[in-house]
Design a protein around this ligand. Structure first.
Ligand SMILES: Nc1ccn([C@H]2C[C@H](O)[C@@H](COP(=O)(O)OP(=O)(O)OP(=O)(O)O)O2)c(=O)n1
Ligand SMILES: [Mn+2]
Length: 519
């Protein structure tokens, strides 16, 4: 990591430039016109595609598939057009003026519809994919996907990561070309990761398209916002079971294509039991939830939840700090007992609470890829977490790294980690970043675990257990017998799988593309 930290890196425009050149070259290459099948599944559709926010290559693929399966593509929004596709309402409104759109009689859908049709091989219902504009013509608020905060600390607590503060390179951004990573690391200073010098190979056969966005309609923000607060409160109180049940309910509710107006509409939804249904009833009739109001009025709950939001402070520390008499973040600043990680969590408290726009995460991914390639040719660096699942905003940046040579990677435990903060030129805020380096042989497991979401991870782990295995981010281990423990024998090697798909297949779990993992 040391090497990554100190090398000057190319700034994002540099990469954009390179990408543009690439696409120009493609455009100039002689193109074979795709043959059109008039009885294909898209026949009858006349389509206008909003290119903004879509990778050039992806757009070409979509165009080609549409035409091949019977659709006609129009270069402008004329009367004949039956369908407009856009990434989201922002890119839509940047390209087409709202008056034109109000007069438009066809359907405006997100590209995901196209992806899902292509994947399932048949036309899927359009309702879930309609891009609505409200009467002012502004994008409906509900198109911002609901932030689903989850607790990195919970997971990180289980890791043997040393927290050492490294702030000396904070001034790196002066030159305008560096990424500065600071704070906590599993590496002592001077320790560097080095691999062999082998050219990139094709690592994973499955498609990994981080450009497709996950945009649930979330017509029920009134409910999901209140539930989100309860997730945070229960987590801070150490009640993971309750926290998780609200978390799961949010994921279900944010995908509903309609606004809940009576509790009867949610009778048979998964993850929503009797008491959650009662809560929903209360929210839709009164606009609030007394349970949350009581919590918010309770000084102890309020304080512990606040402390629990500081990166590095878990439920038991939050309680201890409360019992010491602390009531505010300023009180904590004067407490000498905080660890380095907690001090940094406090210092960048406001920064970290801001979710990161997707395009920034993408920039950072590119910067790191470029830097990684310079330091160690062939290294594979991708961003996992909510970003890989296509979310429009991310709580942090989860970077997963490997090298195809499969040698000299990781520490004794197999995985090297760096949990800290980062920023880059032009960026004021410090963002939370996790770097995780996996040896090639167990990369597929790291990728699954750090892509999530946590609901899926739990399901996969339980499924593995039911089959006599133990699954974690470092592998799939045959469970040991005799000890009475369900845990896989540590020290015994993991089953070998090259790709995520192979792991899903072995576990008999239906394959999910990353953007389908928002369970
Ligand atoms: N308790 C947890 C926390 C995390 N993870 C896994 C699944 C997550 O997707 C991934 C990354 O963790 P994050 O907390 O960064 O969660 P996300 O990236 O999914 O969301 P966010 O946008 O809040 O960062 O790690 C998990 O299995 N269990
Ligand atoms: Mn994340």
């Amino acid at each position: 990591m040391q090497a990554l930290k100190h090398r000057p890196l190319a700034s994002p425009w540099f990469l954009v430039e390179a990408i543009n050149k690439e696409s120009k070259r493609r455009k100039m290459a002689p193109k074979k016109k795709p043959e059109s099948d008039p009885s294909g599944m898209f026949s009858g559709m006349v389509v206008f595609l909003v290119p903004k926010g879509v990778q050039v290559r992806r757009l070409q693929i979509w165009k080609e598939r549409l035409v091949r399966m019977g659709a006609v593509i129009e270069e402008r929004l004329c009367k004949r057009v039956t369908h407009v596709f856009a990434m989201n309402s922002d890119t839509l409104l940047q390209q087409l003026d709202r008056e034109r759109l109000t007069r438009f009689k066809g359907r405006v859908l997100i590209y995901q519809w196209l992806e899902d049709c292509l994947k399932s091989g048949e036309i899927v219902p359009e309702d879930m994919y309609v891009l609505n504009l409200n009467s002012q013509g502004k994008p409906e608020k509900s198109w911002d996907p609901q932030p689903c905060q989850s607790d990195p600390q919970q997971l990180h607590n289980n890791k043997k990561t040393k927290y050492t503060e490294i702030i000396n390179n904070e001034s790196n951004d002066q030159g305008g070309k560096n990424v500065s990573l600071l704070s906590t690391s599993s590496h002592e200073e001077g320790d560097s990761l080095s691999y062999g010098n082998i050219r990139p190979q094709h690592l994973d056969s499955e498609s990994d398209d981080s450009s497709s966005s996950y945009c649930p309609p979330d017509q029920n923000k009134n409910i999901t916002e209140i539930f989100g607060k309860l997730v945070t409160i229960y987590r801070a109180l150490g009640d993971d079971r309750r926290s998780f049940s609200y978390y799961k309910a949010i994921a279900v509710i944010e995908k509903l294509p309609y606004k809940i107006e009576s509790a009867d509409q949610i009778n048979n939804l998964p993850s929503i039991g009797k008491s959650l249904k009662d809560h929903i009833q209360e929210i839709i009739t009164s606009g609030k939830l007394s349970k949350l109001e009581h919590f918010e009025a309770d000084e102890k709950v309020r304080t512990i939840s606040l402390f629990g939001e500081v990166w590095g402070i878990g439920p038991s520390t939050a309680l201890k700090l409360y019992e010491k008499g602390h009531r505010s973040l300023d009180d904590l600043r004067n407490d000498g007992s905080l660890t380095n990680a907690q001090k940094l969590g406090l210092k960048y408290f406001d920064d970290i609470r801001e979710r990161i726009p997707r395009h920034e995460v993408q920039d950072m991914e590119h910067i790191l890829q470029k830097a990684g390639e310079e330091v160690l040719p062939g290294v594979v660096i991708i961003c996992g977490g909510s970003y890989r699942r296509g979310k429009a905003t991310c709580g942090d940046i989860d970077i997963i790294i490997t090298h195809p040579d499969g040698q000299r990677q990781g520490s004794d435990s197999g995985v090297d980690t760096y949990f800290g903060f980062c920023t880059y030129p032009g960026q004021e805020l410090r963002r939370r970043i996790d770097l995780k380096v996996y040896p090639r042989q167990i990369y597929a497991f790291g990728l699954i675990a750090w892509t999530g979401n946590d609901v899926l991870n739990r399901r996969l782990r339980l499924l593995a257990e039911s089959k006599g295995f133990r699954l974690d981010d470092t592998g799939l281990f045959p469970a040991t017998h005799g000890s009475g423990s369900k845990r896989g024998a540590k020290g015994s090697a993991s089953l070998k799988f090259n790709t995520e798909k192979e792991v899903f297949h072995f576990l008999d779990f239906p394959w999910l593309e990353p953007h389908e993992r928002n369970l």
